[in-house]
Design a binder for this molecule. Structure first.
Ligand SMILES: [Zn+2]
Length: 87
């Protein structure tokens, strides 16, 4: 796996440009790491934060709870079985 710090340095701007997150969601560090690491599962992201292998991954428990309750629109679109219908 690529070092998250390397990803953070080189792909922040491209992730922000291509990500569907709202402007306010970009303040949530948990959602930022979720997007940076290829939309990794939130439980896995929390395990990564709690492990000593990735000290650069930092976010609060409040940010984690907010990120889990405010769903990621890119993940929702990727998991959808049907195309949205427009009326
Ligand atoms: Zn996502």
């Amino acid at each position: 796996m690529t070092d998250p710090a390397t990803i953070a340095k080189h792909q922040v701007s491209s992730n922000f440009a291509s990500c569907n997150l709202s402007h306010t969601a970009h303040r949530n560090r948990c959602l930022i790491w979720h997007a940076r690491l290829g939309h990794v599962n939130f439980k896995r992201l929390k395990r990564m934060r709690d492990s000593s292998r990735h000290p650069e991954i930092k976010f609060s428990d409040t940010e984690y709870d907010d990120a889990r309750h405010n769903r990621c629109p890119s993940c929702d679109a990727g998991k959808a079985k049907k195309h949205p219908t427009y009326k």
